[in-house]
Design a protein around this ligand. Structure first.
Ligand code: 3Y8
Ligand code: NAP
Length: 259
């Protein structure tokens, strides 16, 4: 009897949850619990960490998990690494649902950097106005660059005094996306933004800020994805359903001994 653990928290995970529900596949949707009111899902939901690799192995045994689909974000590297380790230890098949990284096009002024610290180091020395579209957890990397005026987009309003700068020295936009190019163009113009910092998340939900930056001729500091272990992966929700039914991705022979 198939019972899927869907590691969620992205648009792709929400789309897969709908497909699993419609296909009548038994599954549980997992959030880390880092936002106050995550989107509702058509599947049973569990919220919170598993307690590391061993905790995930124990959760899979206790709940009869037969397959894991890692549909987390490309920057949720620790969760993805834990899923690889735990599934290898437990002998549970694992498939990643992931989207390709964004690629620069004509007119894009991207500066690729390997990580958030490098992103902070390429910002100009002289004071300017920077849109940090990297969420709450990554802001510390910019704490030393106090000469800039920052626009922050966060899912939840930050607790007073919790930001690395005085609350009155930053501008906040609270929202979870998707954000259109029109919306982000107006946002960048309203705040006279001169630089953007973004993670190469891929997908359509937040690429609007990149289209807006191109239209305004603004430089984008683009943080590259962390490296992840080798694992089976697909970019298509229907390929996940096929994998669950046939033990292989479309066009591949079923792996020996797999359900
Ligand atoms: C808790 C679940 C859906 C899900 C929507 C996608 C799209 C919007 C792009 C910008 C960039 C950012 C951030 C972002 C994106 C989608 C998707 C995606 C970026 C929610 C969600 C959870 C989170 C966690 C949150 C992080 C933060 C990152 C904001 C829900 C809305 C900046 C990443 O305050 C915090 O602790 C927030 C933390 C991890 C990155 C960070 O380091 O701060 N996502 N985002 C999931 C959980 O608890 O398991 O609340 O409903 C999901 C989405 N975030 O179904 O439509 O699919 O990528 N999320 C980044 O890419 O830079 C926003 O503003 O332009
Ligand atoms: P992370 O750094 O890779 O993981 C940190 C710890 O959080 C994990 O070791 C695990 O705790 C727990 N965790 C993460 N995702 C989980 C999930 N889906 N279900 C249960 N536990 C989870 O994770 P993150 O970058 O903070 O991302 C947290 C969530 O936000 C994920 O669902 C991710 O898909 C979503 N998200 C993240 C980003 C981003 O920019 N990072 C963007 C959009 C959405 P234990 O070790 O205790 O098991």
């Amino acid at each position: 009897m198939t019972h899927v653990l869907l590691l969620g928290g992205t648009t792709g995970a929400s789309q897969l949850a709908q497909a699993l529900h419609q296909a009548g596949v038994s599954a549980v949707f997992s959030y880390a619990g880092v936002t106050q009111a995550p989107l509702a899902q058509p599947l049973p939901v569990r919220v919170g960490g598993f307690g590391g690799v061993q905790g995930l192995v124990r959760y899979m045994a206790d709940h009869g998990i037969t397959h894991v689909v890692d549909a987390t974000h490309p920057f949720a590297a620790q969760m993805s690494r834990h899923a690889c380790e735990a599934c290898a230890m437990a002998g549970v098949p694992l498939l990643a649902l992931e989207r390709p990284p964004w690629q620069p096009g004509p007119g894009d002024r991207w500066i690729d950097v390997p990580d958030m610290a490098a992103a902070a180091s390429v910002l100009p020395a002289e004071p300017t106005r920077v849109f940090l579209a990297v969420g709450r957890k990554q802001l510390q990397a910019f704490a030393g660059q106090r000469q800039h005026r920052y626009l922050l987009r966060l899912v939840d309003a930050p607790a007073p005094g919790s930001l690395p700068w005085p609350d009155d020295s930053v501008d906040l936009e609270i929202g979870r996306g998707p954000f259109s190019a029109e919306h982000d163009l107006a946002l960048l113009q309203a705040h006279r933004v001169r630089w953007l910092v973004a993670k190469n998340a891929g997908g359509e939900a937040t690429r609007g800020k990149l289209d807006a930056a191109r239209a305004l001729g603004l430089p984008v500091v683009m943080v590259q994805r962390p490296h992840l272990p080798q694992r089976a992966r697909t970019g298509h929700v229907d390929a996940v359903i096929h994998w669950l039914r046939h033990g292989a991705l479309p066009g591949e022979a079923p792996s020996a001994g797999r359900p």
